[in-house]
Design a protein around this ligand. Sequence first.
Ligand code: HEC
Length: 147
Amino acid sequence: MYRYKYALSLVLMAIVLWALAACAAAQPTPPPSSEDGRPAPPAEYAAMTNPLKGNASAIEAGKSIYNSNCASCHGEKGLGDGPAAKSLNPPPKPLAQEAYLTDAYLYWRIAEGGGMEPFRSVMPAWKSFLKQEQIWQVITYLRFLMG
Ligand code: HEC
């Protein structure tokens, strides 16, 4: 009889432990915070916010800028899978999945590119090719791709 109870309590304990483990596993992973481990944008970019946020014609203009300048690396839908992506190290980022990045960070990285520490990538510095307004248009389109 005692032995039976002992076995039963072991089984119960196992069930409790399993339930606890299942609860712990079900905890949602916290959403990434602002730059999620990336360096913060330098002071001259830090306060920038998108003046064209949500603007429908900016989305259209940004889409054509994106398709001709960014999609070859970052992919048509912004998933980091453009035709050039496979040959790049570090690889292009899946921008459409990085909604947590701030406007300031996006502007800084698009303007200055990857030719600096700690990035050291082929990401071009677009400030020589795109006007400020065009960079905001492409960011407005990125926000649209982010959903
Ligand atoms: C020649 C390939 C190439 C092209 C073209 C390119 N990128 Fe990139 N981009 C990269 C690579 C590689 C990275 C990842 C390394 C890094 O952060 O520098 C990157 C990083 C970025 C980041 C930083 C994302 C993060 O998670 O930190 C942004 C924003 C970005 N690109 C936007 C753009 C936009 C907008 C365009 C077009 C105007 C563009 N890129 C064109 C290669 C490219």
